[in-house]
Design a protein around this ligand. Structure first.
Ligand SMILES: O=c1[nH]c(=O)c2[nH]c(=O)[nH]c2[nH]1
Length: 293
């Protein structure tokens, strides 16, 4: 057998479903997360020799996540950073790792103090990658479904023998927004930044005429980078949820852009990354973030 070497490796406990209730007064708060912890460092002996003396058990990582939740979550980013600090601080050979979370949104039922319903709003995401002294924090969300019923079109594209699509300057534009953005500093109020970036993305979606989903994605990215100097890079992955005008002429009916067939698949898939021209290369931190270009 030719010589082989162990290269990248990481390990941990995936998808720890943590629900933290803050109940120090009658009006409870709920934080609902799905947390994954993966350690990187000197784990060669475990792979090569069956020596587990460096292997902080995935079960221990799970327990640590739940124990840390007792001190509060606050924001998924700060929670993951605390985990990174713990594992790299307490175990010499853990030189870094990757901690990721999804956070689900609950709303109060009739403004009730301790009864909630899970909303269909977006899922918030966070990733912390620690490599020695360097932390990279990537925030984002997916599943925010938006639609504008006019002020969108698609024209001017090349036509060939396979083109059947008709040009239009008045169509429905609908998508499920998935986005991730990378902070260039640790000095961030993660919840406030999240709320503002989400609001900017939604507001930009509403603004003006969209010549293509590509243009709208770029404008959303540009607006976030303009308003948030602490963000260096933002990625979008957005399906074009086609709404086709139904031909009702066989029934002698006109359909002036009022009745649509909401197609399930296939769908256009439009993806883009926009970053500051002078942004540092952080491609290593994006490894493992699936579904973006
Ligand atoms: O916004 C759009 N972008 C495209 O690239 C495209 N292609 C297509 O058929 N319809 C659309 N719409």
């Amino acid at each position: 057998m030719s010589d082989v070497v162990l290269t990248h490796n990481q390990y941990g406990k995936a998808e720890n479903r943590v629900v933290r209730i803050t109940r120090d007064n009658p009006r409870h708060e709920i934080e609902d997360l799905n947390v994954t912890s993966q350690l990187r460092g000197d784990f060669a002996a475990a792979h090569l020799e069956g020596d587990n003396s460096h292997v902080v058990a995935t079960d221990t990582q799970k327990n640590t996540i739940f124990a840390y939740a007792l001190d509060g979550v606050g924001s998924p980013e700060s929670f993951l950073l605390r985990l990174a600090e713990h594992f790299t601080g307490d175990f010499d050979w853990v030189t870094g790792g990757r901690w990721a979370a999804e956070q689900y949104t609950w709303a109060r039922i009739n403004d009730h103090d301790h009864s909630f319903y899970r909303t269909n709003a977006e899922t918030r995401t966070a990733v912390v990658v620690r490599d020695g002294e360097t932390d990279t924090v990537i925030a984002g969300f997916h599943g925010l479904t938006v639609l504008k019923s006019t002020e969108s079109g698609f024209e001017g594209y090349p036509k060939d023998r396979y083109t059947t699509l008709k040009e239009t300057n008045d169509r429905i534009l609908a998508t499920d927004i998935a986005t991730r953005w990378r902070y260039n500093t640790g000095d961030v109020d993660y919840n406030a930044a999240y709320a503002d970036i989400r609001a900017i993305i939604l507001d930009t979606f509403t603004q003006g005429y969209s010549a293509a989903l590509q243009q709208t994605l770029y404008q959303m990215a540009e607006a976030v980078l303009a308003a948030h100097p602490e963000v260096d890079e933002i990625k979008f992955s957005c399906p074009n949820k086609h709404h086709f005008v139904v031909d009702l002429s066989p029934f002698g009916l006109e359909n002036p852009n009022e009745v649509f067939y909401a197609a399930d698949r296939p769908y256009g898939l439009i993806e883009a990354t926009v970053q500051r021209a002078d942004a540092t290369d952080a491609s290593a931190a994006w490894v493992g973030v699936a579904g973006f270009c």
